[in-house]
Design a protein around this ligand. Structure first.
Ligand SMILES: NC(=O)c1ccc[n+]([C@@H]2O[C@H](COP(=O)([O-])OP(=O)(O)OC[C@H]3O[C@@H](n4cnc5c(N)ncnc54)[C@H](OP(=O)(O)O)[C@@H]3O)[C@@H](O)[C@H]2O)c1
Length: 321
């Protein structure tokens, strides 16, 4: 079979031919049609998340049809998420993949393979962030890194869940426009503003104190957003693209009784993630949420890998069909 393979630490994967995998009796064998790229995989392959074992097949998530399975009929269309590949396990960017049965979601007819692959990790993460924040209709929501995959999903899911206002924060002007068309009421470009000014801009864009921040950035923008939270506001952090070291504005947090909540979908119980994924697919089928994506053939995986490292503003989906 053909697959993408990372051959050495720090190298982008290339397409190659390798032996077909064999599932255990309690696992499924899936013929993959589409697998999307995610930032965490780039960090893994670069050796930034611990010692990796090469060669390995990357790809955290994918969509395909069941070849054989203890519980599902052959031909069933499914989405699956693997263990983070690179640490002894292979991933999803391969024509055939072994999948644990409990990591599988059957797909409804109304959602295409590429969309279902593109919406996975980003949709799950955005959905879990809003759930973890306890979002209710009428909340004012700010999304930091709204131009990214997670951010675009968070804007739309917050809108669909009845947010009073959604403010999108990012750096890429064109994509901020796109995010406004996806449902953000206001946008703030980090290239034009910083520090206390961002706090003011978030309040102005939200129409008052912010109730919930979905934060993929941390760093200076994250701290400014904490300053914009109102009473019992919640910032749910999922990433730190803008920096790790910060000075938490503790006095503002105590005064407002606000909270910073960490979230990793990788450390979230599987059943919770599958439930979040099903809700995202429902929202896509209902036409409430969309995901921008670009399909790349397997031979282009190396180039797509490089693009993923610097915010492609859409999901890059590797086609194996
Ligand atoms: N905790 C979890 O479970 C979980 C799950 C999924 C993703 N994540 C993390 O969440 C983050 C976003 O993921 P994604 O899939 O949305 O990635 P993505 O599509 O590549 O988007 C990256 C986003 O980060 C922004 N960005 C990058 N570097 C920045 C910087 N130095 N300062 C300010 N903004 C910066 C980009 O803004 P511009 O393009 O506008 O410059 C863009 O909005 C990543 O760190 C990822 O690892 C976490």
């Amino acid at each position: 079979m053909r697959a993408a393979v990372v051959s050495a630490v720090g190298e982008a994967p290339g397409a190659t031919v390798m032996e077909e995998p064999g599932p255990r009796a309690d696992q499924a064998l899936v013929a993959v049609t589409a697998a999307s790229l995610n930032p965490v995989e780039i960090r893994v392959a670069a050796g930034r998340m611990g010692e990796i074992r090469t060669p390995y097949v990357p790809g955290l998530e994918g969509v395909g049809t069941v070849v054989r399975s203890p519980s599902l009929e052959a031909g069933t269309r499914v989405r699956f998420e693997n263990h983070l590949p690179g640490f002894g396990k292979n991933g999803a960017i391969a024509e055939l993949v072994v999948v644990d049965e409990d990591a599988i979601v059957e797909l409804p007819a109304g959602v295409g393979d590429e969309v279902a692959a593109a919406a996975g990790v980003v949709g799950i993460t955005a959905s879990l962030a809003l759930r973890r924040a306890g979002m209710s209709p009428g909340d004012r929501v700010a999304v930091l890194g709204a131009t990214g995959g997670v951010g675009q999903m968070a804007v739309q899911l917050a809108r669909t869940a009845g947010a009073a206002s959604v403010v999108a924060v990012g750096r890429d002007a064109e994509t901020l426009e796109r995010v406004r068309s996806l449902g953000a009421d206001a946008s703030v470009n980090l290239n034009d503003i910083e520090g206390d000014d961002l706090t003011l801009a978030l309040r102005a864009g939200a129409g008052g104190d912010v109730d919930i921040v979905v934060d993929t950035l941390w760093g200076v923008p994250g701290m400014a957003a904490i300053g914009a939270l109102g009473a019992e506001g919640r910032l749910v952090n999922v990433g730190n693209s803008a920096g790790v070291e910060v000075d938490l504005p503790l006095q503002a947090m105590r005064q407002n009784r606000s909270a910073v909540i960490g979230l990793s979908s990788g450390w979230t119980p599987l059943e919770t993630k599958l439930d979040a994924y099903r809700s995202v697919v429902e929202a896509i089928v209902a036409g409430d949420v969309t995901v921008d994506y670009e399909v790349v053939p397997l031979d282009g995986v190396g180039e797509a890998w490089v693009r993923q490292a610097s915010s492609p503003h859409r999901k890059l989906v590797i086609s194996l069909a």
